[in-house]
Write a protein that binds this ligand. Structure first.
Ligand code: ATP
Length: 238
């Protein structure tokens, strides 16, 4: 069976600078796959390309049996690929509920949208309590929850999360990570980009280490967590 997402020989450049230099990987339905690696490795560029925000130089992206190359970003969302971007990008002046509603703007199944809104509120009770409040008043961790909630409102087949733990306190980070585990348990397929390799690998079925635009090592989350070079470079051991 074909994976839900298949990336083959993907190359992406900003002008003359090639940020992604030919990567291949897949995500099976129901899996959590993580891309780890240092700043500038090309992880965000990869997610932005999968979302249709950047045009690849070369390579093929197949999602749910359809080629994504050349498909505009809004159609990609409608096909079921949602992106919770780095830095969150919520709308600070809109209320929490309005931000969440925007995540569903392409959907016409209103009754199901209401059900999904309730599900997001169950996942993140704090968002429910503050639903009428301007999103800009939320803490960093709460804004991260809102960004994840908004991505879930498109009822994605694949949820892409870019650095959900960035800038969060250890407690908030744990909350976000346990929510990702909960989503996985509920069958959501997730592509997770993280600087926090320990947290990401402990959740992931498969992982790929990115270094300056290439995948240098791949394995199951457990394999990578126990790999000596990964431990030295990313898990702070010597
Ligand atoms: P980070 O965690 O810092 O986001 P990353 O692995 O996601 O790291 P990218 O953001 O994809 O890495 O960046 C990959 C490379 O592309 C880096 O060398 C970066 O400087 C470069 N780059 C990223 N965005 C742009 C841009 N808009 N214009 C030019 N170069 C860029």
């Amino acid at each position: 069976m074909m994976p839900l997402l298949e990336v083959e020989g993907l190359r992406v450049a900003y002008g003359k600078i090639e940020a992604v230099k030919g990567i291949s990987f897949g995500v099976e339905a129901g899996e959590v796959v993580t891309l780890i690696g240092t700043n500038g490795a090309g992880k965000t560029t990869t997610l932005r390309t999968l979302s249709g925000l950047l045009k690849p130089l070369a390579g093929k992206i197949t999602f749910d049996g359809q080629v994504l190359n050349g498909v505009p970003a809004h159609k990609i969302v409608a096909m079921g690929l949602a992106h919770s971007p780095e830095g969150r990008r919520i709308f600070p002046r809109l209320s929490i509920e309005e931000n969440l509603a925007l995540g569903a703007f392409l959907r016409k199944d209103t009754a199901a949208v209401d059900g999904d809104l309730q599900r997001v509120y169950e996942l993140f009770p704090i968002l429910s309590e503050r639903r009428a409040q301007a999103a800009g008043t939320l803490s960093g961790g709460e804004q991260q929850m809102l960004a994840m909630g908004r991505a879930l409102m498109s009822r994605p087949k694949l949820l892409m999360l870019d650095e959900p733990s960035m800038g969060l306190s250890p407690i908030m980070m744990q909350k976000i990570m346990s929510t990702i585990a909960e989503l996985k348990a509920g069958g959501t397929t997730i592509l997770l980009v993280e600087q926090n390799a320990q947290a990401a690998l402990s959740l992931a079925d498969h992982g790929h280490v990115m270094e300056i635009g290439r995948i240098s090592l791949s394995g199951t989350g457990q394999e990578l967590m126990h790999d000596e070079s990964v431990r030295k470079a990313y898990l702070g051991e010597d």
